[in-house]
Design a binder for this molecule. Structure first.
Ligand code: COA
Length: 393
């Protein structure tokens, strides 16, 4: 029989490591589906609560199921007072994703299900608690660092509107609440990206969902992943005016730097989520009588496409982080909260994947991830190095 040697595949591109029923991305057609439904349809017609139910329970809820699910989320919105007290001890300039990652792990200490035998039902309860509580943690952190008292969640508001209320102390109007809700829908899931893979990898060791979600948050914080949206806004602020876009692109490309919000590991066409977010950003800008950030984004997209074609003979497309940056900015959200906001939505997808990893009943069943590596270190000749005693080193 022919020997099958492991192949070095840096970054795991094109390596299929598991089966999933959660979502699928078709990068050539620009299609993203959550459990069979096009994200475009979900963004137009569903709320975040419906989508979270779809991801966790594998079906869109009927009216009764939705009411029950929303009630569960509302009941779990409050966070332990000790956690709020701990937030008050943190440095004011702490990076929000670091706080958030730590809090996802800390919340495990207050969850009785963590100490019970693993079951799908227990994991679902823990997932619901994470989805419900993390927005409260994030809003409290932002208020504390701005010398304000945290605001208690309001039970008659939707998941999206309640977060904005806890952040700003004001109930958002219907349109703003819905725009934010759509953003949560669009960020809820995206197949085996870096953070989801991190969550599944941790879950494959049978660690609980809090451990998996906090690992995923670490992964999401990076600039090449969820951290891009914050950096997109910093870039727009730095560019400052439409007339400065062309020079910015040319300087960045000449210096070999990446332009944030452009490119994607999977899409070879427009990211379907960006297409939905762009008009919302434009509308918010118009509402506020300040379309500058939208216009700079639009010009950047146009000029970057030309520049990439000319310099690299390649097509480049904006990703989800590109227009969400100006939209969140128009909503008055602090720039460094953009990535944790991505996380408060993606918890739904991570949780669905963790539960699939833990309890999938269809073959092939997931197993502990354990890739190979290629050793390129020393051997000191044909054999291993001889140990060198301290006095001879
Ligand atoms: C997301 C990203 C990591 C995808 O990477 P990828 O599919 O591996 O694409 P590659 O990095 O192989 O890119 C192919 C080429 O395009 C270039 N490229 C891709 N995205 C670029 C960007 N945003 N700015 C400048 N150049 C870019 C790469 O440098 C590479 O050029 P090279 O062949 O001369 O080395 C990459 O596009 C990126 O870093 N984007 C900016 C960060 C971002 O917005 N992340 C959020 C993703 S949702």
């Amino acid at each position: 029989m022919e020997e099958c040697k492991p192949v070095l595949n840096t970054g795991l591109r094109d390596v299929v490591v598991a089966s999933t029923k959660v979502s699928d991305v078709n990068g050539d057609l620009g299609k993203l589906i959550y459990r069979g439904y096009l994200v475009k349809d979900l963004a137009e017609n569903a709320t975040f609560e419906e989508v979270a139910h779809l991801l966790l329970y594998e079906k869109l809820p009927d009216e009764n199921e939705l009411e029950a699910f929303k009630a569960q989320l509302v009941a779990e919105r409050t966070v332990p007072a000790q956690l709020i007290a701990a937030l008050k001890t943190q440095p004011r300039d702490a990076l929000p994703m670091d706080i958030f990652q730590a809090c996802a792990a800390l919340l495990a200490n207050y969850d009785p299900d963590v100490r019970k035998p693993a079951s799908r039902e227990a994991s679902l309860r823990m997932a619901i608690r994470l989805i419900a509580k993390l927005p409260t943690v994030l809003a409290a952190f932002d208020r504390i660092r701005n010398n304000n008292e945290p605001i208690e969640p309001k039970s008659d508001l939707s998941h999206a509107a309640n977060f904005l209320y806890m952040l700003n102390g004001k109930t958002p109007d219907e349109e703003v609440g819905r725009f934010f809700d759509v953003c949560l829908v669009l960020h809820a899931e995206h197949s085996f990206n870096a953070s989801t893979f991190a969550a599944r990898e941790v879950a494959s060791t049978t660690a609980h969902i809090y451990a998996a979600v906090s690992a995923a948050m670490g992964s999401l914080s990076g600039a090449l992943h969820g951290g891009a949206n914050t950096r997109v806004m910093n870039m727009l602020l730095k560019i400052g005016k439409v007339e400065a876009v062309e020079k910015y692109i040319s300087d960045e490309l000449a210096a070999g730097r990446k332009i944030m919000g452009l490119g994607h590991a999977v899409y070879n066409v427009d990211d379907p989520r960006a297409t939905i977010i762009a008009p919302m950003s434009k509308k918010m800008g118009k509402r506020l009588g300040d379309t500058r950030w939208y216009e700079i984004s639009e010009e950047l997209e146009r000029k970057a496409k030309e520049a990439f074609k000319k310099r690299k003979n390649m097509d480049i497309f904006v990703n989800v982080d590109f227009y969400s940056a100006s939209l969140y900015y128009y909503m008055g959200i602090a720039v460094d909260l953009f990535t944790p906001i991505f996380a408060i939505s993606r918890i739904a997808g991570w949780s669905a994947h963790v539960i699939e990893e833990q309890f999938a009943d269809a073959a092939p069943k997931p197993m502990l991830y354990r890739p190979e590596s290629k050793y390129i270190g020393d051997y000191c000749g044909p054999n291993e190095c001889s140990f060198v005693p301290m006095e001879r080193r």
